[in-house]
Design a protein around this ligand. Structure first.
Ligand SMILES: Cc1ncc(COP(=O)(O)O)c(C=O)c1O
Length: 413
């Protein structure tokens, strides 16, 4: 750790909360250099949903490398890209009746968000984008403008413009109709609110505290976007790729976003990759108008394709449902046992957390969990939500045991 402390920039963050040097990883376990195993409830912030070094994904990548497959392809057509495109259409889009074009952006989530925002502004000729309280969309300037967190925003050093913020579902309370509020603001020519190019929203706010948008609210948002001629952008970067129990977080809600951002676990084994799905009528880019050297991470395409095969695998789908049940029941039991310390369970699927009455208690439990060899993070505006985000493939018994450990740590408060 001393090399990290001396040489790496002060900006490093996770290595402060988990001060050990990790060297290998398999499934839901991380191993440090001393050979200690840690249960990983962070899962690369949602980028290793299929577990670390999953054999099916790893074998595909190793074979591709051994055969000298193209690794860096800019946006050239390659065998790996063609295979990914075909399988994404066949496994993901087709069965869901979805018709989208796929844009490969630079490989991080924020790259996908930048592309989506730019496209919406180009498509509508409008500048303002509407985003939501507690939303997180990345830290490059366009995405940061749409992000709520003041600490992250303050680091921009420039003004973050052309975004208006609206209350997320249940932000004020369960009775406040934030869609009606937005409709009033955007419909009134003297409200000071210009019509937006797009609404950008997470269906479950990963960094913002695992706040869940209801189906009714999302449908209302879609209707409002249509009325206003604005695009609906779903940022599924953290909530997508199975995290909430289905491939897309919104797919059972009967909404058809105009644009969908995916990154993190789309790259299979945590390999950097991001895509933007665009409803065909909005695919108005001129060739090369938006680009990026690393749009062609072919190793990620190979890993991504192998990962997609899990969505045709009954064992994987069954395991995902079972794990969600384990988490639901486990967290409900923990909540009941500590009514004074805990406020509520938040999130859905394998994307859940426990809200503490006092944020410092969440921090203490996270530290106590690390002492018990579990890696997990907090989220929410004050870090008040202890977040459980294991690989989707974590063995149910391990998940159960880990939730029991959380219970013990809370009891020790
Ligand atoms: C919903 C959401 N959007 C965008 C991003 C930004 O992704 P990246 O950190 O890869 O730029 C994140 C990252 O956590 C995210 O959770």
């Amino acid at each position: 750790m001393s090399a990290v402390e001396r040489i790496e920039s002060n900006v490093r963050s996770y290595s402060r909360g988990f001060p050990t040097v990790f060297s290998t990883a398999k499934g839901a376990l991380l191993y440090d250099e001393a050979g200690n195993a840690y249960v990983d409830l962070l899962a690369g912030a949602g980028s290793v949903n299929y577990g670390h070094n999953d054999a099916r994904i790893k074998d595909a990548v190793v074979e591709y490398l051994l055969n000298d497959g193209v690794v860096q392809g800019l946006d050239l057509a390659t065998t790996a890209k063609v295979a990914f495109l075909r399988d994404f259409a066949r496994i993901v889009l087709g069965p869901r009746g979805m018709d989208y074009r796929i844009q490969f952006t630079g490989p991080t989530g924020t790259n996908a968000v930048e592309a989506a925002l730019k496209l919406a502004r180009k498509a509508t000729g409008r500048t303002v984008v509407a985003s939501f309280t507690n939303g997180f969309h990345g830290v490059s300037l366009g995405a940061l403008a749409a992000t709520g967190n003041d600490f992250k925003r303050s680091a921009a050093g420039v003004s973050l413009n052309d975004v208006v913020r609206l209350p997320f579902d249940c932000y004020i309370d369960g009775n406040f109709d934030s869609i009606a509020y937005a409709r009033q603001l955007f419909g009134d020519p003297s409200s000071g609110y210009a019509k937006p190019a797009a609404f950008i929203v997470e269906t479950v706010q990963g960094e913002g505290g695992l706040n869940v948008a209801s189906e009714a609210w999302l449908r209302g948002l879609q209707a409002l976007a249509t009325e206003l001629g604005a695009l609906l952008i779903i940022d599924d970067i953290q909530a997508g790729c199975g995290r909430t129990g289905t491939f897309f977080s919104f797919e059972r809600f009967g909404i058809q976003p105009d644009v969908i951002c995916l990154s993190k676990s789309i790259g299979g084994n945590g390999l950097p990759m991001a895509i933007v799905l665009i409803a065909p009528k909005y695919d108005i880019w001129a060739p090369g108008e938006h680009n990026g050297t690393f749009r062609g991470n072919n190793l990620a395409f190979v890993a991504a394709r192998a990962a997609l095969s899990y969505w045709e695998d009954a064992h994987f789908l069954g395991q995902l449902d079972d794990n969600i049940q384990v988490m639901d029941l486990g967290l409900e039991a923990v909540l009941k046992k500590h009514p004074k310390l805990l406020v509520r369970k938040k999130g859905r699927g394998l994307f859940q957390g426990i809200e503490f009455a006092r944020p410092e208690d969440a921090l203490r439990v996270r530290a106590a969990m690390f002492d018990r060899a579990v890696v997990m993070e907090m989220s929410g505006p004050r870090g008040e939500v202890l977040k459980l985000m294991p690989p989707l493939t974590i063995p149910a018994t391990l998940l159960e045991r880990t939730i029991k450990l959380i219970d013990e740590c809370i009891a020790s408060l």
